[in-house]
Design a protein around this ligand. Structure first.
Ligand code: HEM
Length: 469
């Protein structure tokens, strides 16, 4: 009997030791999280429910209200603690090397949206894919191959705006951002956006996290099938037109990618390139309509750069001369970074403000909060493109401006995004003066995979040629 008890005791001790070593890092992060301050939690959910309430800006401000919780705080997603950091010097330590941090389990959930491409891949596989795809986003390719599509569809936006006095801008801009993306990624000219299975992704990433039973539901089952048929159709065509899918097919032919990898990457780019651009475009036009003096300055710059020509002959050289417009896009991305949250898991212990944060801890970072740090961006809610003037931009601390993330996992398409946004805005503002139809207090944001704008943004538009100086 006694020896039986001893046996059981040994089994229990061995089991507990195994649990301890297996989950040592988890226990260490839990102990650390219990020492840190953070918003009040609800049993079982932790802070997960906060992510589902109210205006998104308010929600994130609640979670990461740094002035109440210190420079390092914590939130709980059910039983998983996240250490929340926002200071540029802390981001520098975390984001500077993949030896320090990498993408965590949240990106496993995102695979349902993006499939397994650049956004969600890790380690050697990611490195290899990035090395192959990076050349497709070099400046000369963007300017020579993709710019034509930016310009063509910007001209279509101008035509569609013709004759209208008052427009719900996202009805038009969203459609053309989608068309540009289909042209550049898949080589397809959409007559109607209804032709694509690329519909709104209904379930938010956040919703999937707090409704775990929805986690592994496919968000867009038709998308993969449709891209697969695109892939095989284009593969059998002899003439290629240099869309991203054609470039990926070439990599399949040289055995650098499998067919499935190429298809997954096409899906990743299609999804990553839509909401991010669409929302930035609307927000930038909104800020320019709200700040008439800034809009006038942009208009003057466009006129000077294009020597009073028409929208049809704006060249990439003209766009590159529009520095102030570039500052407006940057300031829009500061106030409203489309990807407001980034998360990682630590690969090694680090020390931040006297706290040792153990390897294995999940970290939550927010470009939205970092961009609103008073010391870096005084009067942070004011729309002020001069923050990014030549003289001021050099004064910004490293890692204080991160709309495209930073380090090796930054956005591969950030130059593409700037050029697309500048081209569309330059064309619209060259032809039209825009005003807000009503005095909005501010935009109201929701959160899907990226941020979204709630409700319609209505502009009164007036052709520039009708404006008597
Ligand atoms: C204003 C526009 C955009 C913003 C603000 C933006 C922002 C970001 C951010 C913050 C990340 C890092 C995500 C993370 O670590 O979780 C990222 C990665 C990425 N973005 Fe963008 N993005 C934009 C436009 C685009 C466009 C137009 C495309 C494609 C055509 C694109 C493709 C990607 C890809 C493939 C990655 C993953 C890169 C990697 O890990 O190697 N993005 N983007």
């Amino acid at each position: 009997m006694e020896s039986d008890n001893l046996k059981w005791l040994t089994v229990v001790i061995l089991f507990l030791t195994w649990i301890f070593f297996k989950f040592e890092n988890y226990f260490k992060s839990v102990i650390l999280a219990m020492k840190l301050q953070g918003p009040a939690t609800v049993p079982f959910f932790g802070n997960a429910l906060y992510l589902t309430e109210g205006d998104v800006i308010q929600r994130f401000a609640n979670i990461i209200s740094t002035q109440f919780h210190g420079s390092i705080s914590r939130i709980w997603l059910f039983f998983i603690p996240f250490v929340v950091v926002y200071k540029p010097e802390h981001l520098k330590i975390i984001m500077s090397s993949s030896k320090v941090s990498e993408k965590n389990f949240v990106y496993k959930v995102l695979e349902i949206f993006f499939c397994n491409g650049l956004i969600t891949l890790k380690g050697h596989e990611w490195k290899n894919h990035r090395k192959i795809i990076q050349p497709f986003f070099q400046t000369n390719l963007i300017e020579n191959d993709y710019y034509h599509s930016f310009l063509k569809y910007s001209q279509d936006i101008i035509s569609e705006l013709g004759g209208q006095k008052c427009v719900k801008i996202q009805n038009i801009t969203n459609k053309y951002v989608k068309k540009i993306l289909h042209r550049i990624i898949l080589g397809v000219d959409l007559d109607s956006v209804e032709e694509t299975p690329f519909k709104k992704i209904e379930n938010t990433a956040i919703e999937k996290l707090w409704k775990p039973w929805k986690t592994f539901q496919n968000s867009n089952p038709n998308l993969k099938q449709s891209i697969q048929s695109n892939f095989y159709e284009r593969k059998s065509q002899l003439t290629k037109n240099n869309c991203l899918l054609d470039k990926l097919i070439e990599k399949v032919e040289t055995s650098e990618f499998t067919e499935d990898e190429a298809i997954n990457e096409a899906i990743t780019f299609l999804i990553a390139g839509y909401e991010t651009i669409a929302i930035t475009l609307i927000a930038c036009l909104y800020y320019l309509a709200k700040n008439q003096n800034i809009q006038e300055k942009v208009y003057q710059e466009i006129q000077d750069a294009t020597s009073n020509g028409t929208c049809n002959n704006i060249t990439v050289e003209h766009i590159n001369k529009m520095h102030y417009l570039g500052q407006c896009v940057k300031e829009t991305l500061r106030i409203m970074p489309p990807i407001p949250l980034l998360t990682r898991v630590l690969n090694s212990d680090i020390t931040l403000d006297n706290y040792t944060i153990p390897s294995g801890t999940n970290i939550l970072m927010s470009p939205l909060v970092t961009h609103r740090v008073q010391e870096t961006f005084p009067d942070p809610l004011k729309y002020d493109p001069d923050r990014f003037s030549k003289e001021n931009i050099d004064k910004l601390p490293p890692y204080s401006y991160i709309p495209f993330s930073i380090g090796s996992r930054n956005c591969i398409a950030h130059k593409y995004a700037y050029l697309e946004l500048k081209t569309i805005i330059a064309c619209i503002l060259k032809e039209y003066h825009i005003e807000l139809k009503e005095a909005y207090n501010d935009l109201s944001f929701g959160y899907r995979v990226a941020m979204t704008i709630k409700g319609g943004v209505w502009f009164n538009i007036n052709p520039r040629k009708n404006i008597v100086k």
